[in-house]
Design a protein around this ligand. Structure first.
Ligand code: SF4
Length: 109
């Protein structure tokens, strides 16, 4: 599988945000960290495993946490941003608030 570059991953996050109607985190250094994490995960596992979570060992086991994860929509609606705070809802972006730690819904909680 071809390796992804940082630029390709940035384009991926921009595409996801545009498709879902989300805003990318407004913290440039944090954005760079998350993009680096996603790129590293792609090049290690062959898929965009969430940069804030550990792999369960296979693409099938990680299916719920391929970015954008199965929990992102609900978390954006409830908390204003996804678990990693990579993607924000437009309302949250307008609020001027800073992201906070939110519970990880993975695992059925
Ligand atoms: S929490 Fe979900 S949407 Fe946010 S970066 Fe991780 S996988 Fe992507």
């Amino acid at each position: 599988m071809a390796e992804k570059s940082i630029e390709q991953t940035k384009r991926f996050t921009e595409m996801v945000a545009a498709k879902q109607g989300w805003i990318l985190t407004k913290d440039p250094a944090f954005y760079d960290d998350l993009v680096t994490g996603l790129t590293t995960n792609w090049n290690r596992y062959g898929y965009y495993l969430c940069p804030c979570r550990d792999s369960e060992g296979s693409r099938e086991a990680d299916a719920d946490v391929l970015c954008p994860c199965a929990y992102a929509k609900g978390d954006a609606e409830t908390y204003g941003h996804c678990f990693c705070s990579l993607y924000w809802s437009p309302e949250f972006a307008r609020s001027g608030k800073s992201p906070s730690g939110i519970p990880d819904r993975r695992g059925g909680s």
